[in-house]
Design a protein around this ligand. Structure first.
Ligand SMILES: Cc1cc2nc3c(=O)[nH]c(=O)nc-3n(C[C@H](O)[C@H](O)[C@H](O)COP(=O)(O)OP(=O)(O)OC[C@H]3O[C@@H](n4cnc5c(N)ncnc54)[C@H](O)[C@@H]3O)c2cc1C
Length: 306
């Protein structure tokens, strides 16, 4: 455990605008509502304090983990070593002359959706119901109903964790593909802000689309239970959720974790699941699908922890 070492760094005096929580249970910060403690959880919204924190962590060899709203994370029951950082800046700047919007990575997708509705800017309706922050949406190239973040992003500004420089990349350079971006493979960074381009629309059209997508979600997804959305990635020629259903796994459970009986693509926490229950169930589903269809399915959910 790094906790004593971290407590001795005097972070409280150096990070006056941030919120620090020692030995914080990650179940409070994940939509699965599971996961053990991290040594220190820091919510920071000031860029200078973010750089100070990372500099100190690097100097002291303390591992850092970046999270958004935890809507796509499964944190192991053993928790996370070191410092978990949530960059929580929520600034939004709308320019109606060119329909460009710059928003900080801590902005919640649903909140941005409502701001864009007010300004009558269309193009983000698909993302309003995707839980989480813009930072997580960029990292994952989140998408729904035929659109994805790639379709609206112009540029992303990030703090490069290797050289501590603030850098930016444009849309083509971000290597967006199905549920991935350059940040998953090549650049170790904290995403700071996102410049996006939208189209002048009208409030009625935007609201109609938002309502249509919301209703689709309510009808098809088990939103009454904690989950992290689709557990597995789909394959090009293979509909994973349909295969899980046809394999008879709907409703199959291990401990408190269950393959949702409403949507086979979701594993849900029925109340008292541990992360290990969910991991065991994921592995069981993967094994059955491999045996039955000879297909290796990968998780979309990111499993982290010690
Ligand atoms: C009910 C439900 C429905 C869902 N539906 C969809 C859907 O339709 N489409 C879809 O794509 N996803 C869906 N998801 C999954 C999830 O909402 C998305 O993946 C979302 O983009 C995750 O955002 P987050 O802020 O919660 O990120 P987190 O889950 O906290 O993090 C996800 C990854 O992003 C990284 N990350 C987060 N913020 C930053 C940052 N600022 N800088 C660098 N890295 C960062 C983290 O390190 C982590 O690896 C759903 C989830 C739930 C619970």
């Amino acid at each position: 455990m790094e906790i004593e070492k971290i407590k001795n760094l005097g972070l409280e005096t150096k990070l006056k605008k941030s919120m620090l929580f020692y030995n914080e249970s990650m179940s409070k910060h994940t939509s699965f509502k599971t996961g053990g403690p991290c040594d220190l959880f820091v919510e920071v919204s000031d860029k200078d304090e973010l750089i100070t924190l990372i500099t100190i962590a690097k100097e002291n060899d303390i591992p850092i983990t970046v999270v958004g709203n935890g809507s796509n994370l499964l944190v192991k029951d053993s928790g996370i070593d070191g410092i978990v950082i949530k960059y929580n800046n929520r600034d939004i700047d709308v320019n109606l002359n060119n329909n460009l919007v710059i928003a900080s990575s801590g902005v919640i997708n649903a909140y941005l959706g409502n701001i864009l509705l007010e300004y009558e800017l269309g193009g983000f309706e698909f993302a309003c119901g995707i839980p989480g922050t813009l930072g997580g949406a960029i990292y994952m190239n989140a998408g729904a109903y035929g659109s994805e973040m790639k379709d609206v992003v112009v540029e992303v500004e990030y703090l490069n964790l290797d050289n501590l420089k603030i850098e930016s990349l444009n849309n083509e350079q971000l290597e967006f593909a199905y549920r991935t971006s350059i940040f998953q493979s090549k650049i170790n960074a904290i995403i700071l802000s996102v410049k996006m381009k939208f189209e002048k629309s009208n409030a009625l059209l935007i609201k109609d689309k938002m309502d249509e997508y919301r209703d689709k979600r309510l009808n098809s997804q088990p939103l009454e239970y904690p989950s992290a959305g689709s557990t597995f990635k789909r394959l090009d020629d293979f509909l994973t959720a349909k295969a899980i259903d046809e394999a008879g796994l709907k409703g199959y459970s291990i401990g408190g974790a269950e393959v949702s009986s409403k949507h086979a693509g979701f594993i849900v926490n029925k109340g008292n699941a541990t992360s290990q229950d969910i991991i065991d169930l994921i592995e069981h589903v993967q094994k059955v699908i491999l045996e039955k269809y000879n297909k290796k399915i990968e998780t979309e959910v990111r499993i982290i922890g010690r």
